[in-house]
Design a protein around this ligand. Structure first.
Ligand SMILES: N[C@@H](CCC(=O)N[C@@H](CS)C(=O)NCC(=O)O)C(=O)O
Length: 226
């Protein structure tokens, strides 16, 4: 069955689906759309008007978590654990990645320093939870890459770029496991190769257009470099 991922280049939810596809070695096509001007064909087929979509033959799958679970079930061997209790726990941590992504966007987009610090405190609260959930190394549950890793790879990939602007985004003393896990994920070939080659430049262009504290810091740093 042919697979086509409908994407927006900077979307972490699309990235999550692409990581699962790559980690499982599943061949797929990809089509990028401009979310500011979504094409008519996309509006017609997308139930919620959001990416990612995964076209599986004539079927349209949506919601990144549903997509990665489908991929995992349809293309063995599974990245999810066999044990049902463990699998339910992994599902719950995958859902928590979406809460972290919401807090990540607040960190990226809050307009002033106080707002940024407040958002970062929230994100660090999320990291406190994850710190006690990471049970293995280098990945979430040990040496094997799991669906939880696919879910957090995109979050850490984008946060890692922001950490280049504001290093306090990661605190290795407070969250040593999270930081080691992050390092393993951002270095993983499935995470790195499933974004466009100029992702960093596009991401920083996107950030520069925002009226946010981190965007200001980035632009000030850029001016200083000239
Ligand atoms: N819960 C969705 C979130 C997807 C999502 O928010 N995608 C964004 C791009 S990163 C989008 O398509 N936004 C368009 C819109 O909301 O109109 C998922 O996991 O797939």
């Amino acid at each position: 069955m042919s697979l086509k991922l409908i994407s927006y280049k900077l979307c972490p939810y699309v990235h999550k689906a692409a990581v699962a596809l790559r980690a499982k070695g599943i061949p797929y096509d990809i089509a990028y759309i401009d979310l500011r001007r979504p094409p008519d064909w996309f509006r017609r087929i997308s139930p919620l008007g959001k990416v990612p979509l995964l076209l599986v033959g004539d079927d349209v799958l949506f919601e990144s978590t549903a997509i990665i679970e489908y991929l995992d079930e349809a293309h063995p061997p599974r990245l999810h654990p066999d044990d049902l209790i463990l699998r339910a726990k992994h599902r719950a941590w995958i859902l928590f990645a979406d809460a972290c992504l919401r807090d990540y966007y607040r960190v990226a987009l809050r307009e002033d320093e106080a707002g940024f610090e407040e958002a970062l405190a929230r994100l660090h609260g999320d990291f406190d939870q994850i710190e006690s959930a990471v049970t293995g190394e280098p990945f979430f549950a040990g040496p094997e890459f799991s669906l939880v890793d696919a879910a957090y790879g995109p979050l850490f990939f984008q946060l890692d770029i922001l950490a280049g602007i504001h290093p306090a985004i990661f605190d290795p003393e407070r969250h040593p496991r999270v930081v080691r896990w992050k390092e393993a994920l951002v270095a993983h070939p499935a995470v790195r190769a499933s974004v466009v080659p100029d992702f960093r430049e596009l991401y920083l262009d996107w950030l520069s257009m925002k009226d946010s504290y981190l965007a200001q810091l980035w632009l000030e740093g850029e001016d200083g470099d000239e």
